[in-house]
Design a protein around this ligand. Structure first.
Ligand code: CP3
Length: 343
């Protein structure tokens, strides 16, 4: 088999690609009218995640429109708690909700049936690999154990994940068990995505930024390392991007400590630190999604600054977090054009 020209994979292998490849977190989403159309047809948000037909369609929409270098599987990190019978729902305006878990619930968790429940997602991955242009990298993903645990414990999103932080201090052993359990389920899930056709995977630790130093090590680094070691021991070629949002200076050893191939950076990471981190390995990021909403000089100058600082090393251009529903699709066209004209 000839090796397809997948620029994102080249960067994950440590190469500098000019101009850098680009994709955007949440690139399939409500800012696109075609997404909103499909979303209406699919039923609930989870119905969309579990429909290979519709999930494939919405994954492909931003690729058709913008020709991004990577497609990210359309799903959600909370399909894991859903597969664990936590009664997950997404209601407009309220975000995700589920039954909050307690110590007994954690001790009763079982892996049985989880991967069966997620079979439709694997079907989506394999359809996507068939439908995508060969040069487009297909990314799978999962949530990091800490971030998934924060929703499982609170039962919904919170501004600072205080319920999970409190639970972790009160019940350290049971909490450690929850993280290990989620890491093992997530590793199996990622291996299945890779076997179904994902070229690389990203682990989203969106709530890493609320953790103190000791907790970052125990709740963010260690469980992500457990996932990556497990995946790589079974699929040595697997490439992994680890994204610990808000972790700031704690990112210094994050790539080595988790054994990730690349790290994602949010916009609060100073470019001077990003340059240091890039000396150690590939980085992905880190434009503020609000610059895409604003457009004009805010957009142009933000892109320029990243390209000037990081464009001469291994970089996957991305936002520092997901694109928001109010972003103008025209601004994304401008963003892609400007990144592609670099160098
Ligand atoms: O990036 C992509 O295009 C792939 C799809 C994807 C979604 N969620 C679709 C989605 C991915 C990779 C995710 C990850 C995810 N989900 C994370 C980690 C990344 C991040 O954004 O921090 C988290 C924390 C979740 C949990 C989640 N899902 C929340 C808190 C919400 C509600 C907030 C919101 O934007 O509405 C969701 C819903 C969700 N996941 C939507 C989409 C497109 C919007 C729901 C809809 O379309 O009705």
């Amino acid at each position: 088999m000839s090796t397809p020209n997948r620029k994102v994979l080249d960067v994950l292998n440590g190469k500098t690609v000019t101009p850098p490849p680009i994709w955007l977190m949440r690139q399939a989403g409500r800012y696109l009218p075609e997404y909103r159309e499909t979303r209406k047809k699919a039923g609930s948000f989870l119905d969309l995640c579990y429909s290979p037909e519709y999930a494939t369609e919405v994954t492909l929409q931003p690729i058709r429109r913008y020709g991004f270098d990577a497609a990210i599987l359309f799903s959600d990190i909370l399909v894991i708690p859903d597969a664990l019978h936590r009664n997950v729902t997404f209601t407009e305006g309220h975000g995700p909700q589920m039954d909050p878990i307690d110590t007994d619930g954690i001790l009763a968790l079982s892996q049985e049936g989880v991967l069966d429940h997620l079979k439709p997602v694997m079907e989506t991955v394999s359809r996507l690999r068939g439908a995508l242009p060969s040069e487009t990298t297909l990314l799978g993903f999962c949530g990091a154990p800490w971030t998934v645990a924060t929703y499982m414990i609170a039962g919904h999103g919170t501004p600072d994940q205080a319920p999970a932080r409190l639970f972790a201090y009160r019940h350290p052993e049971v909490f450690a068990r929850l993280l290990d359990f989620l890491a093992d389920v997530s590793a199996d899930y990622l291996v299945e995505q890779i076997d179904a056709g994902a070229d690389a995977v990203q682990i989203f630790d969106s709530w890493a930024g609320v953790l103190g130093e000791t907790e970052f090590e125990a709740f963010a680094v260690r469980p992500v390392r457990r996932i990556i070691d497990s995946v790589k021991s079974r699929r040595p070629q697997a490439k992994v991007i680890a994204f610990a949002k808000g972790a700031g200076i704690l990112l210094k050893n994050y790539r080595q400590d988790t054994n990730a191939d690349a790290i994602g950076l949010d916009w609060s990471v100073p470019l001077s630190l990003a340059v240091e981190l890039q000396k150690d390995g590939p980085v992905q990021g880190n434009l503020d999604p609000m610059r895409v909403v604003a457009g004009g000089p805010a957009l142009k100058d933000g892109i320029d600054a990243i390209l000037q600082a990081l464009g001469h090393g291994p970089l996957i251009f991305n936002l520092g977090h997901g694109i928001t529903p109010q972003a103008d699709p025209e601004h994304v066209t401008e963003l892609v054009a400007q990144v592609r004209s670099f160098g």
